[in-house]
Each structure stands twice: as structure tokens, then as C-alpha cells.
Design a protein around this ligand. Structure first.
Ligand SMILES: Nc1ncnc2c1ncn2[C@@H]1O[C@H](COP(=O)(O)OP(=O)(O)OP(=O)(O)O)[C@@H](O)[C@H]1O
Ligand SMILES: O=C(O)[C@H](O)[C@@H](O)[C@H](O)[C@H](O)CO
Length: 172
């Protein structure tokens, strides 16, 4: 049976790690943090304040796609926190054998920038937020998934996403 992978997407600081953790806990699904799949060179680049290119992101996305497929082959549903900013990146993740659905955490540069400014334990400099918005192609209507505004609490965002995806009953 095909499993589901929920990819929590959005710009840096939109709350992907936080909401993906909450979704995974509520659903009892395994979670992956895409930041942990980056080669060291990508992390060094971001830390130095340089945005990644499509070429930098491709091997990273392939690795994630393969992780999703491996879990699908074992019948395991998954949640992944991954920026997946462009539609072609999401197409690559959709090459997985699982049913890949997206939760786009959308918010203004103001709200997200304020949260990034408060976060101190992360390699991603707040100064890269502009480039993240420049690259962002929001989840489109013909893509499987839902967009949720980030102004609520992580619990509210998770509830809204689960309801929109029709997964609420499984979660309780
Ligand atoms: N709904 C929320 N309300 C208030 N603060 C939040 C919310 N979601 C996340 N945060 C806080 O905002 C910051 C960014 O969240 P988080 O690290 O989950 O984002 P991210 O999208 O995974 O970031 P990155 O892509 O840079 O890893 C963190 O300090 C987190 O605690
Ligand atoms: O596509 C990208 O530019 C990267 O994935 C970034 O989004 C970061 O990995 C992450 O957001 C930083 O924490």
C-alpha cells in the first residue's frame, strides 16, 4: 500500500521544524529534518550568507526523495521539514513512490523575520530571508496539499493542516 509523506515547506524561519515535529508526534509518523541531508558545503555556504543555487539543491533533494521512498518501501508514513521553495523541487520529491503532500507555511517577511531575529542557535542567517522569498513559488492549487498561515501557535497550525488534509481523525 502506498504510504504518505507530508512535506512541511516554506522559507527559512516559517516554522517547518516546529510544525513537522508536532505533526509527526500527533500522527505517530517518522520525521526527517532536511537540514540534516545537506552536504557540508551547502551548510558552509548558507552560514557565510550566500543563497544556494538549483545545482546546490539538486543532490540534497534527491537524497531526501530516496529517504522518502525507502520508508515507503517499508510501509512507513513520514513527515519531512524541507523548504521545497520551487515547484521543480517539489516535482523532484514527488518522484518518490510515496504519496507526497505539502503543507506550505506561509507568512509575511515581517512575522517570519521577527522570529528569525530571535533565533540564535541556527546556521541560517536572517539576512538570507529575502533570497528565500525571491526563490519561493507558493504551493499551487493543482498541487496536493494545503497552505496554512503561520500567525497561530504551532498547535493551531497543526490542527488546521490536519483538518485540511483530512487526517484529523487519524490523529486523535
Ligand atoms: N507558530 C509559531 N509561533 C511562534 N514562534 C514560532 C512558531 N513556529 C516556530 N516558531 C519559532 O520560530 C523560529 C523558527 O522556527 P523553525 O526553526 O521551526 O523554522 P524553520 O522553518 O524550520 O527554519 P529553517 O528553515 O531556518 O530551519 C524558532 O525559534 C521557533 O521556535
Ligand atoms: O533551500 C534552501 O535554501 C535551504 O533548504 C534552506 O531553506 C535551509 O536549509 C533552511 O531553510 C535553513 O534552515
Amino acid at each position: 500500500m502506498t504510504t504518505t509523506c507530508l512535506v512541511v515547506m516554506g522559507v527559512s524561519g516559517s516554522g517547518k521544524s516546529t510544525v513537522a515535529r508536532e505533526l509527526a508526534d500527533r500522527l505517530g509518523w517518522q520525521m526527517a529534518e532536511a537540514d540534516e541531508f545537506h552536504p557540508e558545503a551547502n551548510i558552509a555556504k548558507m552560514r557565510a550568507g550566500t543563497p544556494l543555487t538549483d545545482d546546490d539543491r539538486e543532490p540534497w533533494l534527491r537524497k531526501l526523495r530516496d529517504w522518502i521512498t525507502e520508508h515507503d518501501e517499508h510501509g512507513e508514513d513520514t513527515v519531512v521539514a524541507c523548504s521545497a521553495l520551487k515547484r521543480r523541487y517539489r516535482d523532484l520529491l514527488r518522484e518518490s513512490t510515496a504519496r507526497v503532500r505539502f503543507v506550505h507555511l506561509s507568512g509575511t517577511g515581517q512575522v517570519i523575520g521577527d522570529r528569525l531575529a530571535e533565533r540564535s542557535d541556527h546556521f541560517m542567517p536572517p539576512g538570507l530571508l529575502g533570497s528565500q522569498f525571491d526563490a519561493l513559488e507558493p504551493l499551487a492549487d493543482d498541487e496536493d496539499g494545503t497552505a496554512v498561515d503561520v500567525s497561530g501557535t504551532p498547535e493551531q497550525i497543526t490542527d488546521t493542516a490536519l483538518r485540511a488534509l483530512g487526517l484529523q481523525e487519524d490523529a486523535r
